[in-house]
Design a protein around this ligand. Structure first.
Ligand SMILES: [Zn+2]
Length: 252
């Protein structure tokens, strides 16, 4: 974790937020800490935040995997802690992992339109039922390069009104450039729709290794500016505030 912070400092970030996974789904254990890891995770972030307080703000967050079966359990696990931000994401449709290459065969038995429709159903349920601040990687269903028909794509836009209604932010997740999707989550069209709906955006690199911290952030900030955004949103104890985007780097 310390290496992530050092990488963020050398990338010139003013803050870093850890957003490790918490999933209770039986098939997601390998991609998540266990509930008993949460206290150490939280305390480590606060301790490192103190050590690095003159160099960078260090925030404690969680990316919670929406799982209708375990909603009250999740609440109980996170309740004792004062997290800065809670992100929500959908990784599983029933038993199918939509982000793991291990489940490619299973996913390919289904059309991407059906997968997207099921995904959006769960996403709407999550927005309804979970106290979250940020929607993580909104259109992650394109991770492996398959894209839905125009009619299903439009349904992603329907979700934005629910996001707006709950006053949630959307994460601009830069990891998509390293996947077959080959673009950010959400895509530029969907990001534009977020802007038109007055939805705030946070910036995330979905780093699974220290070297991935702040990956593609220059392109992401350029896209945000192009879209109309002047700031990204950050969180302190679940209260949001703006971090203005820096002026574009001049090309020599
Ligand atoms: Zn995720």
């Amino acid at each position: 974790m310390e290496q992530y912070i050092q990488q963020a400092i050398s990338a010139g970030l003013s803050e870093i937020c850890f957003l490790d996974h918490l999933t209770l789904h039986e098939r997601g254990r390998h991609m998540s800490m266990t509930p008993s890891d949460v206290p150490l995770y939280y305390q480590t972030i606060r301790r490192l935040g103190h050590i690095y307080k003159n160099d960078i703000l260090v925030k404690a967050g969680l990316e919670i995997d929406y799982d209708p079966e375990n909603l009250s359990e999740i609440k109980k696990i996170i309740q004792p802690y004062d997290f800065d931000v809670i992100g929500g994401s959908v990784h599983f449709i029933d038993k199918m992992n939509i982000v793991s290459s291990k489940d490619t065969k299973l996913r390919e038995q289904e059309t991407i339109d059906v997968i997207c429709a099921d995904y959006l159903f769960l996403m709407e349920e999550m927005i309804e039922n979970m106290a979250i601040d940020v929607i993580c990687h909104l259109d992650i269903t394109k991770k492996f390069g398959r894209r839905p028909s125009a009619a299903v794509k439009e349904k992603f836009e329907d979700v934005l009104s629910k996001i707006r209604y709950k006053n949630l932010a959307v994460e601009l997740n830069t990891s998509g450039f390293n996947h077959a999707a080959n673009e950010f989550y959400p895509d530029p069209d969907l990001l534009k729709k977020c802007f038109e709906n007055n939805i705030r955006v946070t910036l995330g690199s979905d780093a699974h290794a220290p070297g991935q911290v702040a990956r593609h952030f220059d392109e992401a900030m350029a896209l945000l500016r192009e879209t109309g955004y002047g700031a990204v949103t950050a969180f302190h104890r679940q209260a949001d505030y703006d971090v203005p985007l820096p002026a574009p780097v001049k090309q020599l």
